[in-house]
Design a protein around this ligand. Structure first.
Ligand SMILES: Cc1ncc(COP(=O)(O)O)c(C=O)c1O
Length: 434
């Protein structure tokens, strides 16, 4: 059999690699990590890590002691679990979501049988890409979008179509335009998924407003009646809410429960080290995803699930989320305040209401990429940011913007963040000649 040439070929890639492996590029995050590790004095505003000081050492120590001091509970936690995940945890996850969405028990699609626990929400994103996508299929994403999921999409060989955002989230009018164009070109049947981060998007921090959610659902439903596709609602940052009210998910607006996959995680609101996420899937996807997950690992770490199940069974979890939000609110506000104070005129700042990120747009023509004068000037000043172009697909239908950056206030103290922003603003002024 003659092998066709992979799309992305570098000299080191051997012919034995699969086409999927050959399409899989180096994640930009590796490059950023290298830069950060090389200079210990560097203030990193790049990593999406959570705050060290708020990690739940006390809570986890308490429940681990409880588990291991009861031999029966200890053995249950140290044994293999099931592919779908611990049932009592799935029930708690579902109940919490039912309460947050205000849908009432028995709402279409809100069912323990459709709920699964995964190794972070990242695993579920990847499993969905494997279950749904063949090379040449189409995925619609926000413009910009989450870089790690875009890596998985690249591996799948899909065509990415992107929809710009405004302060209220993905533009429903532009989504409709893109869907209409796909229909006109006869490509609508190749659309498999629309991916959206409805709460404090990574990287822009945007929360999709209540009104926009209704508009988006109307457009999505109308087109999914012409050719079915799934919507992946990634709610990784939902709990990290510092200002304003929680808004019911897109999932809760999916009247028959057949279109929206809801993905959540314990990484951001509790502990990334436990790497436990979850999803609520339309019934049609539960079997296919579980079969793939069975091939991957036949179950995520059982011990971590038992720990989280105990934490969720008491007030520990909600109290922790509360403490976390109080701590992040201070850092989020300090970040925005410092940016407003130190950045030169002409730098646009997106004010987030939650999440871990602040998104900046620099004046037209001021490039932020890894080879730009600004990136170098920032490194020289001892500060690291993530270039905005990393958040656009390599081969999207709209070119990547080159004058943006993502800053994270997750790790640093308010003082360190302020210092980092002062350094960064100095670099921006230097490059802009101000
Ligand atoms: C938008 C988004 N989705 C999903 C994830 C995956 O997180 P985890 O696998 O730890 O749940 C992240 C992590 O940064 C993220 O930013």
């Amino acid at each position: 059999v003659k092998r066709s040439r992979p799309e992305v070929v570098t000299e080191e890639i051997e012919i034995l690699l699969s086409e999927r492996a050959a399409r899989t590029g180096e994640p930009p995050i590796n490059y950023m990590m290298e830069k950060a590790l090389g200079n210990p004095d560097l203030i990193s505003l790049a990593a999406g890590f959570v705050d060290y000081a708020t990690l739940p050492v006390k809570e986890v120590s308490q429940v681990v002691t409880e588990i291991l001091s009861d031999p029966e509970a200890g053995r249950a936690a140290l044994q293999y679990g099931t592919t779908q995940g611990l049932e009592s945890l799935r029930k708690k996850v579902l109940k919490r979501l039912i309460d947050a969405d205000g849908v009432g028990r028995g709402a279409a699609g809100y069912d323990t049988a459709h709920t699964l626990v995964t190794t972070g929400s990242q695993q579920l994103l990847y499993l969905l890409s494997e279950v749904l996508l063949d090379a040449g299929d189409i995925a619609i994403l926000e413009h910009p979008s989450y870089w790690v999921f875009m890596g998985a999409l690249r591996t799948s060989g899909v065509r990415c179509v992107t929809v710009p955002l405004d302060e209220q989230g993905m533009r429903a009018d532009l989504l409709e335009e893109k869907l209409a164009a796909l229909e006109r070109s006869g490509d609508l049947p190749r659309l498999k998924l629309i991916y959206t981060m409805s709460y404090y998007q990574n990287p822009t921090g945007t929360l999709i407003s209540d009104e926009r959610r209704s508009e988006l659902m109307k457009v999505m439903k109308a087109y999914s009646r012409k050719a079915p596709f799934y919507v992946i609602e990634d709610a990784a940052y939902r709990e990290l809410r510092y200002h304003g009210k929680d808004i019911a998910s897109l999932k809760s607006r999916d009247a028959d429960g057949k279109m929206v996959c809801y993905l959540g995680t314990f990484s951001k609101p509790f502990s990334p080290g436990l790497k436990t996420g979850y999803g609520l899937l339309p019934e049609s996807l539960v079997g296919p995803v579980l079969r793939f997950k069975g091939n991957h690992d036949f179950g995520s770490t059982n011990f971590a699930q038992h720990v989280i199940d105990r934490v969720m069974g008491t007030a520990l979890f909600e109290n922790h989320v509360q403490e976390l939000c109080d701590a992040y609110r201070v850092k989020c506000d300090a970040t925005v305040k410092a940016l407003e104070k130190y950045m030169p005129a002409g730098v646009q700042i997106m004010h987030p209401l939650g999440g871990l990120y602040v998104w900046l747009t620099l004046p037209e023509g001021v490039e932020t990429g890894p080879d730009s004068a600004l990136f170098e000037a920032a490194l020289q000043s001892g500060v690291l940011y993530v270039p905005g172009e990393f958040f656009y697909p390599v081969e999207g239908d709209i070119p990547a913007e080159r004058n943006q950056m993502r800053l994270s206030f997750g790790v640093g103290s308010p003082e360190r963040i302020r210092e980092g922003i002062q350094r960064l603003s100095g670099a921006v002024r230097q490059v802009c000649g101000q």
